[in-house]
Design a protein around this ligand. Structure first.
Ligand code: 5RP
Length: 232
């Protein structure tokens, strides 16, 4: 198997093993979490895991959860989330994250932020010494405000690009019907402040900075074709 896929698979398996019967589980978005969803489904099918409620962070997560037999609920049905498992695009040594590579960061922040334990699942390529150096920051904005939001993000020092669809002409449209601006900063000095400054721009729904939300980061690595998982 391709080493990156192997790292994602093993870290997804390790996170799925943390889920306990009778719990409410936030189901993240992306190719790494897809493995966790698959393994949670396998544990349910084998009878090892019972009475799980999954709260999906995106349309993709809900489709995968249904495919793998995970019962779903909404935030209207539960008063807490025990554990959330989600991927990330960049992780710094303080466990601050950039998310939104799948344009799902707005719902992800709601669900991951409510969870008692938020386990981040990444392969080692996502680790960075300074947040904002390896991945552009995704910002979800409502379509009628794209021009002023773009100007405001440039004023904050970012290089702004609208995310375009693949096999679809025009922009990516989020699950909420909005657009995503990818903003390159080449390193963010004060990520907590930047998160707030961006979210204060009228027309912005949320941005992909997740500050102080992760409780654990599991990192998949491959050495000599052998996959291992370590905790940050
Ligand atoms: C989606 C996300 C994903 O979790 C993030 O992009 C990581 O994805 P992958 O596991 O496919 O690398 O934030 O909005």
């Amino acid at each position: 198997m391709d080493p990156v896929k192997l790292m994602k698979q093993e870290v997804g398996r390790a996170a799925a093993a943390q889920v306990k019967s009778g719990t409410v589980v936030g189901l993240g978005t992306g190719s790494t979490t897809a493995f966790a969803i698959q393994f949670i489904g396998e544990r349910i099918a084998s009878g090892e895991l019972k009475d799980i409620k999954g709260i999906p962070t995106s349309f993709q997560a809900s489709v995968l959860a249904k495919q793998h037999g995970i019962p779903l609920a909404t935030l209207d049905d539960v008063d807490h989330i025990d554990i959330a498992i989600d991927g990330a695009d960049e992780v710094d040594p303080q466990m601050n994250l950039i998310k939104g590579g799948g344009a799902a960061h707005t719902r992800e922040k709601v669900i991951d932020g409510l969870a008692e334990r938020f386990i981040v699942v990444v392969d080692s390529s996502k680790l960075s010494n300074k947040i904002g150096t390896i991945f552009a920051l995704p910002v979800e904005a409502i379509p009628m405000a794209i021009a002023p939001v773009t100007r405001a993000l440039k004023k904050l020092g970012g290089k702004v690009e609208m995310r375009m669809g693949i096999k679809k002409d025009g922009p990516v449209i989020t699950d909420q019907g909005n657009m995503v601006l990818d903003v390159t900063f080449n390193g963010i000095d004060n990520p907590a402040e930047m998160e707030k400054d961006i979210n204060n721009i009228p027309g912005v729904l949320d941005n992909g900075l997740f500050i102080g939300l992760a409780t654990e980061v599991l990192i998949g690595e491959v050495t000599d074709g052998e996959a291992t998982v370590r905790s940050m």
